[in-house]
Structure formats: structure tokens, C-alpha cells
Design a protein around this ligand. Structure first.
Ligand SMILES: Cc1cc2nc3c(=O)[nH]c(=O)nc-3n(C[C@H](O)[C@H](O)[C@H](O)COP(=O)(O)OP(=O)(O)OC[C@H]3O[C@@H](n4cnc5c(N)ncnc54)[C@H](O)[C@@H]3O)c2cc1C
Ligand code: SF4
Length: 454
């Protein structure tokens, strides 16, 4: 996993250093650890078998179809993975009982099954969902609590040296550090999590987000302990229901649903390209200096710096751009997979192929998350510092998102007009008196993005 692809070094540092620290923890507990560096996991197992004979190999269920198949071929015995709260067979029986895979339905069933924020079969405080109170735009003058900075020990320094990279102080590489991050979130951010979960500001990159996904995905924390700690705060009346519910939804709803769907949809799902999107990956993804779009430049810069940005920039800026430009989904998926600290196949594939770029023909989400500049203007603080005007769809200073949003609907109108959740958006095209001009501008914008000049 360290060679052959342009992996973000922040990601490599985090994963390798966490593994090395884990070795030290196991050894301190008296286990014998064989820490092998091999070309692949199967090659490593074969190397160990050559040394120790064909002892039984036990493995937690892995995080990708490819690795699952490779390990199965080697005769490995799988153990249910405590990274998740929902056994795969249980998710399959839920999915098989559904006509469409609506996350909200899964989430409500999870609340009841896991006995979280429910009284019997009813939600506490009378509602399943507090979205109406949340999803506020960025606050005007607001003091964000200080972020936790993670210091580096000798193991970290050694890994950083081997990688020739100076890591940021954003990520812990030990269980103690991950627990500190959890406590910091609970003490300083949980209460404010809900209202600003969709906002994007210039003065703070993590807002009230937990920054826990890397640890949940590499095992430094379990979903079970994170959710119990959160519910304890609710029981002690230390955070309002709209924030508690919003966070619980992410952990027992979205995270479990995405993992369940990855295994349910099978290995072929990753290759879908339902909108026949053929554009090569735009140069701005690889180099933030290749764009003048302020929102995209700032978000790609964040990713370049620390391999993370929160869910709205991932969905409404990066994926939205790939969607409306018709970028090849697999190339975009590869880039996201390589760049993000918390990326793994199980989580990137449904989030990109299904949610981000609608390459699955709507199996996961009934409509694509396409948006023009108006959404970005409302939910972020990027537009004021931009060369483009979010309200304009034609002309040299038209916002590329606004132009391409309409052009995207125009290009796919035959397909989308059959979708009742899209028909209103598609009908909007008939009100555009400047559609011929917009089509010309869209061609220019697409060329400019491919050339790295927009
Ligand atoms: C296009 C796209 C790609 C994404 N890629 C990843 C990825 O590679 N790895 C990853 O862990 N998350 C991914 N997510 C989900 C989400 O963006 C991140 O989990 C979140 O930004 C991580 O920061 P946080 O821990 O501060 O999250 P918070 O906002 O504090 O949320 C709490 C937790 O909820 C879970 N969660 C919320 N939404 C999702 C989701 N859609 N899928 C899985 N878990 C979710 C995460 O474990 C997260 O830590 C993606 C979302 C989108 C839209
Ligand atoms: S005007 Fe358009 S390109 Fe510029 S920051 Fe706003 S949404 Fe992004």
C-alpha cells in the first residue's frame, strides 16, 4: 500500500505509524508480534507461513472485496469485525426486505434495534430527525473552540523519516491520542455539532466535526464506544437533542449503511458509470494552483495539507465538480481513495459511485447531488473572494458551478425527466432564455477546466 500509487503521505504516515504503535502495545502486553513488510497482504501471510508452517490464520473481516477474495483463497478464517455495529448478514436481510435502500429507514430500524434514543419503538423527544434545526449557514462572528494538536513521539519521527515527510499535527497515531480526540469532541464540539454540520467557513477547517473517522476506520476507536460516550452526554443533559441526534445518525446510520451497502452491492458496483462520464481527471485535483475557482482551490489545498475536508466539501464541491463536468467516476474515485486520511474501499466506493457522482443510476440515492453556485454561496464563505459570480450562468465571470449545473441537467434531461424527484429541476431548463448561450459557455468552461485555466 505504500508504493505503486500516489498515496497522500499524510495518509501513509497515519496508517503506518498507527500500526507500529499497535505493535509496541501488543508487545508490551506480552504478545509475540511478527511485523512483516511485504508486497501485499497475501504475500506477507505466505512469508509467515514459510517460516512458521501452515498454522490457522484468523482475520477480522477486511475492508475491500479484493482483499476478502485474496484472503479467502488463502484459506483464512474470518472473524466479525468490531469496526462496525451491524453484522453483514443482518444488513443483507434488511436490504433484501426493501424496495429502495433509503438510509432514513435503515437508521430508524438501527435506533430501535440498538435501543438508542428510543422509548420502545418511538423516538425520544418525539422526532426521529432534527434536520430542520440544523444545516445552518456559516455563523457571522463565532469563536470556534481550540482544536487539539497531536504531538509526535519517536515512532512517529522514525516513520516520518522513512517517508521523507513532515506530518501535520492533525492526527493521532495511538489509542491514547484517539481517546483524547474523542474527549475533546465531546467536551467542546458535540453540543454545537448539529447546527453547523453543513457549513463551511474560512476561519476554521474542522468546525464542530469530530475528526474521528480515521480512528474509527483503522480500529483505534470502536463505533460502540464512541456512541456510548455520546449517549452518556445526552443522559447527563450536556448537549441538546438536535446535536446528539445528528451525530448518532452519522455513526449508527450513515456509517453502517455505507458499509452494509458496499458488501450488499458486490464488487462490480465500483465499475459503474451510468452517466457515461468520460472526462479525464481535471488537473486541479492534482494541483490546486490549476484553478481560479476559489471554493475548489481552498478545498483541494485543505486536502493537500492534511488529507481531510468535511462531508460538504467532499460532496458539494469535489464530487459535485466531478459530477457536473462528467469526469470519469473511476478516475475520481481513485483520486479520492489515494488522498483522504480515512479512505478505504468500503467507504469510498458507495460514497463516490452512489452518492457523489450518481454513477449507479440511482441505486443508492434517488437523485444526483448536483448544485450550482447558489448553494455554495449560501453554505460557505468562499464566493466573496472569488473571480467568478455565483449568480451568473453566462459570461466570462459566470460561476463555473452555475453554468455547469444547468448544462449537466440539459445534457441528461432525457434520463432525469423520468425521475420524479428531478423533474422540477429539469423543468427549470424551460425557463432559461439564454440556454443556447449557456451551452456555448459550458463548452468553454469544460475546456478551461481540462486545461487548468478556469
Ligand atoms: C464523497 C464522500 C466521500 C467520503 N469518503 C469517506 C471516506 O473515505 N471515509 C470516511 O470515513 N468517510 C467518508 N465520507 C463521510 C464523511 O465525509 C466523513 O466520514 C467525515 O467527513 C469524517 O470527518 P469526521 O470524523 O469529523 O466526521 P463527523 O462529521 O464528525 O461525523 C461523524 C462520523 O460519522 C461517520 N460518517 C458520516 N457520514 C458518513 C458516510 N457518508 N460514510 C461513512 N461514514 C460516515 C464517520 O465515521 C464520521 O467520523 C465521505 C463522504 C462523502 C460525501
Ligand atoms: S463563485 Fe462559484 S467558483 Fe467561485 S467560490 Fe463561489 S461557487 Fe465557487
Amino acid at each position: 500500500m505504500t508504493k505503486g500509487r500516489p498515496w497522500h503521505k499524510e495518509r501513509l504516515f497515519f496508517l503506518i505509524s498507527s500500526a507500529r504503535h499497535f505493535v509496541a502495545v501488543l508487545e508490551a502486553k506480552g504478545f509475540t508480534v511478527l511485523y512483516l513488510q511485504a508486497k501485499s497482504t497475501p504475500a506477507g501471510i505466505e512469508k509467515a507461513q514459510a517460516e512458521y508452517g501452515k498454522l490457522p490464520v484468523l482475520c477480522a473481516e477486511p475492508s475491500s472485496h479484493t482483499q476478502y477474495a485474496q484472503l479467502r483463497k488463502l484459506g483464512v478464517e474470518f472473524v466479525e469485525n468490531d469496526f462496525f455495529l451491524t453484522p453483514r448478514a443482518l444488513f443483507t436481510s434488511w436490504a433484501e426486505s426493501q424496495k429502495s435502500f433509503v438510509m432514513e429507514n435503515f437508521y430508524r430500524a438501527q435506533r430501535i434495534r440498538l435501543n438508542i434514543l428510543v422509548e420502545g419503538n418511538k423516538p425520544v423527544e418525539g422526532r426521529w430527525n432534527f434536520d430542520a434545526e440544523n444545516r445552518l449557514p456559516p455563523p457571522k462572528s463565532y469563536t470556534w473552540p481550540k482544536r487539539l494538536l497531536h504531538s509526535r513521539d519517536e515512532i512517529d519521527k522514525q516513520v516520518a523519516k522513512e517517508l521523507g515527510y513532515e506530518p501535520t499535527d492533525s492526527w493521532a497515531t495511538t489509542r491514547a491520542g484517539a481517546l483524547k480526540q474523542l474527549k475533546n469532541f465531546l467536551d467542546n464540539h458535540l453540543a454545537g455539532f448539529g447546527p453547523y454540520e453543513d457549513a463551511v467557513t474560512l476561519d476554521e477547517w474542522s468546525l464542530h466535526h469530530s475528526l474521528l473517522s480515521p480512528y474509527l476506520n483503522n480500529g483505534l476507536l470502536t463505533a460502540e464506544e464512541v456512541i456510548s460516550a455520546c449517549i452518556k452526554r445526552y443522559d447527563q443533559d450536556l448537549a441538546p437533542i438536535e446535536s446528539i441526534e445528528a451525530f448518532v445518525r452519522q455513526i449508527i446510520g450513515w456509517r453502517e449503511y455505507i458499509n452494509g451497502m458496499y458488501w450488499f452491492l458486490g464488487p462490480e458496483y465500483k465499475q459503474l458509470n451510468g452517466l457515461e462520464a468520460k472526462r479525464e481527471l481535471l488537473p486541479l485535483f492534482v494541483d490546486s494552483s490549476k484553478t481560479k475557482m476559489n471554493c475548489v482551490k481552498q478545498v483541494v489545498t485543505q486536502v493537500e495539507t492534511r488529507a481531510w475536508t468535511h462531508h460538504i466539501p467532499r460532496l458539494m464541491i469535489l464530487s459535485n465538480l466531478a459530477l457536473v463536468t462528467g469526469t470519469n467516476p473511476q478516475q475520481f474515485l481513485d483520486w479520492m481513495r489515494e488522498q483522504f486520511i480515512d479512505a478505504a474501499d468500503w467507504v469510498m466506493v458507495p460514497n463516490i459511485i452512489g452518492m457523489g457522482v450518481h454513477a449507479d443510476g440511482g441505486r443508492l440515492m434517488t437523485k444526483p447531488y448536483a448544485a450550482g453556485g447558489a448553494y455554495i454561496y449560501r453554505m460557505t464563505q468562499y464566493c466573496k473572494g472569488c473571480d467568478y459570480d455565483p449568480k451568473k450562468r453566462v459570461g466570462e465571470d459566470a460561476c463555473p458551478f452555475t453554468t455547469l449545473y444547468w448544462d449537466f441537467l440539459d445534457r441528461h434531461k432525457a434520463q432525469f425527466s423520468k425521475n420524479h424527484r428531478m423533474s422540477q429541476q429539469v423543468n427549470g431548463l424551460t425557463r432559461l432564455t439564454d440556454l443556447p448561450e449557456l451551452r456555448v459557455r459550458a463548452k468553454k468552461v469544460l475546456q478551461g477546466l481540462s486545461d487548468g485555466t478556469i
